[in-house]
Design a protein around this ligand. Structure first.
Ligand code: ZN
Length: 464
């Protein structure tokens, strides 16, 4: 088999180490990894001297073209995945919000019809559960068979579910190979505190943070873990941002429960002080960014392995939409952009010595593939897997500017952040889709990736 692309003289980063080797790609797949591979006459050789070769990141948490707060998030499947590609992310998981009365397979078909013609890199889905009355619950299994074994419940918002439905879904997940994710915040307290501050005319973005004090998330994390333990189901906590919830995760994991936690770069890099800034509304997301103690706890959780993944919760809105809440935090659409910044940021933290490169790869790619049943294709630079490869230049220096980003949003909370090192090439299934800050991919080239059912007995999950 002729070699199409040969990555020569680079160092490969895996979740467990770094080693010097060449990587051969034929068609869409990685076909060989060895100390020295000879090119064929037709082979395109990519010199990776002094560069790192990484698996493309898998962003486990994005909201593309998501209806929310009276508008729609400003990146669609094209601009969102284009932005992802330029930041070294080669697979994105998007959330499908089930319509009331809609079966899960219908929900998948509805959103895939939007995504397929637009996506520039591969994508998969999580299903956000709204309605499981009567037979709808049993259509979860049909979704698993279609390659979407991951579901999420919201404990907040008007589309959130009751504890009863949450429990029912957890219970059902065990027999069908599904994994339940949760957005954990206490809805009653958020509603009470928001109304209280509004009545007192306390309406600046700072009160977004105060109406969702840290225990609003912590208590809900504890409750969610409680239901997971009670049903014996696995649980994936999305965008965990607080120390109290993380303590509950650590305790449950120490007791042997399959609880997986995800956090986001915005929680690792900023603190709640941002809500006092003049542009505080731009940072409004839920759960809100927490105080210094929680931020430190998250980094400690990463070091211990109690935080399994880092994902973006990419859900951008335009400045004018964020401005709806200039005088009332309740009117600010919740969410920030980050799809292009996650991998560069986490790798920069590695470059600065805060974590290892292997840790960054584990959090942003390998563990995501393991948890969501994608290890047969994604998550590592390994023979047999898709050639989703990032060439990373540790010497490059970048100051993030929104004008250099490739999405459709007109501002970023990452403006002015300084990064050491940057992805300089992104390959998606053997095709170069981004190079030196230029997008080179193609609309519609991204494909839906079917995930395998969740099986806690596989080594991937047993040892996580
Ligand atoms: Zn989200």
């Amino acid at each position: 088999m002729a070699i199409d692309i040969l990555f020569k003289n680079g160092k490969i980063v895996t979740d467990s180490g770094i080693f010097k080797a060449d990587v051969a790609v034929t068609g869409e797949k990685i076909t060989a990894i060895a100390a020295s591979i000879k090119p064929d006459p037709e082979t395109t050789v990519i010199d990776c001297r002094s560069k790192l070769i990484l698996p493309g990141a898998i962003d486990a948490h994005t909201h593309l073209a998501m209806p929310f707060g009276g508008t729609i998030s400003s990146d669609d499947y094209e601009t969102g995945t284009r932005s992802a590609a330029c930041g070294g992310t080669t697979t994105v998981f998007d959330f499908i919000l089930q319509d009331t009365g809609e079966t899960f397979p219908d929900a998948i078909k509805r959103r895939d019809a939007l995504a397929a013609p637009q996506a520039v890199v591969d994508y998969s889905f999580h299903l956000a559960v709204k309605d499981v009355h009567d037979k709808l619950l049993y259509t979860m299994e049909d979704a698993v068979k279609m390659g979407v074994p991951s579901f999420k419940v919201f404990m907040v918002y008007d589309f959130g579910v009751t504890d009863g439905v949450f429990y029912e879904v957890l219970e059902h997940s065990k027999s069908i190979g599904a994994l339940i994710g949760v957005h954990a915040e206490n809805n009653e307290l958020v509603n009470y505190l928001s109304a209280k501050y509004a009545a007192e005319k306390k309406l600046s973005p700072w009160y977004h943070y105060l109406s969702r004090p840290e225990f609003v998330e912590g208590e809900a994390d504890e409750r969610a873990i409680h239901w997971a333990k009670a049903t014996g189901a696995a649980l994936y906590i999305v965008h965990l941002a607080n120390a109290q919830g993380l303590r509950a995760v650590t305790k449950a994991r120490d007791e042997g429960y399959p609880i997986f936690a995800e956090t986001c770069p915005q929680y690792l890099n900023f603190t709640s002080d941002v809500y006092k800034r003049p542009d505080g509304r731009n940072f409004v997301c839920s759960p809100p960014i927490k105080g210094k103690a929680s931020q430190k706890a998250l980094w400690d959780g990463i070091a211990r392995g109690d935080i399994a993944t880092v994902a973006t919760d990419h859900c951008p809105f335009l400045q004018k939409e964020k401005d709806w809440g200039k005088k009332d935090f309740r009117k600010i659409p919740n969410g920030c952009a980050g799809i292009e910044n996650m991998y560069p940021y986490m790798l920069s933290e590695a470059n600065k010595g805060h974590i290892s490169y292997s840790k960054a790869v584990e959090l942003c790619s390998t563990n995501v593939a393991k948890i969501f049943g994608l290890s047969h294709k994604k998550g590592a630079v390994e023979a047999g897997r898709d050639a989703d490869i990032v060439v990373y230049d540790p010497l490059k220096r970048v100051t993030i500017k929104n004008k250099d980003m490739h999405g459709a949003t007109d501002h970023t909370i990452w403006e002015g952040e300084y990064l050491r090192g940057y992805p300089v090439q992104t390959w998606s299934r053997g095709k170069l889709v981004a190079k030196d800050g230029k997008f080179l991919g193609q609309k519609g080239a991204g494909q839906f990736v079917a995930c395998k059912p969740i099986n806690l007995k596989t080594p991937d999950l047993r040892n996580l």
